[in-house]
Design a protein around this ligand. Structure first.
Ligand SMILES: Nc1ncnc2c1ncn2[C@@H]1O[C@H](COP(=O)(O)OP(=O)(O)OP(=O)(O)O)[C@@H](O)[C@H]1O
Ligand SMILES: O=P(O)(O)O[C@@H]1O[C@H]([C@H](O)CO)[C@@H](O)[C@H](O)[C@@H]1O
Length: 161
């Protein structure tokens, strides 16, 4: 029997269909990122994001897209399918999809969420996707860090560097 969270893993087209069919409760919250090694900062932030609306979509960078972000030649450590499974297993997440571009802007313009969210390390006013969401009356929210954690710091610890 497949894990129950597998049903949250959606292609871009399936995600759009779910939105258009009203299968994801409004207000629709959207966030994106790499989520290479999941940590407490991530899960706390995702739960807070979910509380901003009726359902939460998380869009993950494909592996090729991560490689272009310059986080390191060995990143991502976890392939998209593994990163997606971990995110989908979280109770606060309703749908997981992916994008292959450098930014989520095109996907956001297709899905037209009510709220876009990033962690407090981002200045939302500086992001191109913020202008998009505001153009249809949505809002962009940065959630302040409650726990100072990062995948990069974890990797440094593991590698003793
Ligand atoms: N400690 C944290 N608390 C809250 N949100 C966080 C934290 N770390 C990252 N985020 C948010 O989680 C999302 C995914 O971030 P990301 O995958 O870059 O995590 P990271 O741990 O900073 O990774 P890396 O060290 O590889 O850059 C982003 O929206 C980011 O703002
Ligand atoms: O996990 P990260 O590094 O926070 O994810 C990136 O976020 C960028 C952000 O949305 C600013 O536009 C995005 O452009 C990038 O593709 C990663 O998802």
């Amino acid at each position: 029997m497949p894990a129950r969270f597998e049903s949250k893993l959606l292609t871009r087209d399936q995600c759009l269909a779910a939105v258009l069919a009203g299968n994801l409760a409004r207000p629709l919250v959207f966030t994106n990122g790499v989520f290479d090694i999941l940590h407490r900062g991530h899960v706390t932030y995702l739960d807070a994001a979910a509380q901003l609306g009726g359902s939460l979509i998380v869009a993950l960078n494909t592996d090729a897209s991560v490689r272009r972000l310059g986080k390191g030649s060995d990143r991502p450590l976890n392939a998209l399918s593994d990163r997606a499974a971990l995110i989908a297993a979280l109770a606060c997440v309703d749908a997981v999809t992916s994008f292959d571009e450098d930014t989520p802007q095109a996907l956001i313009e297709v899905l037209r969420p009510d709220v876009i969210v990033k962690g407090g390390d981002y200045d939302m006013d500086a992001l191109p996707e913020t202008a998009s969401v505001r153009s249809w009356g949505g809002r962009a929210v940065a959630i302040p860090f409650e726990f100072e954690r990062s995948t990069t710091a974890l990797l440094r610890k593991v590698r003793g560097s």
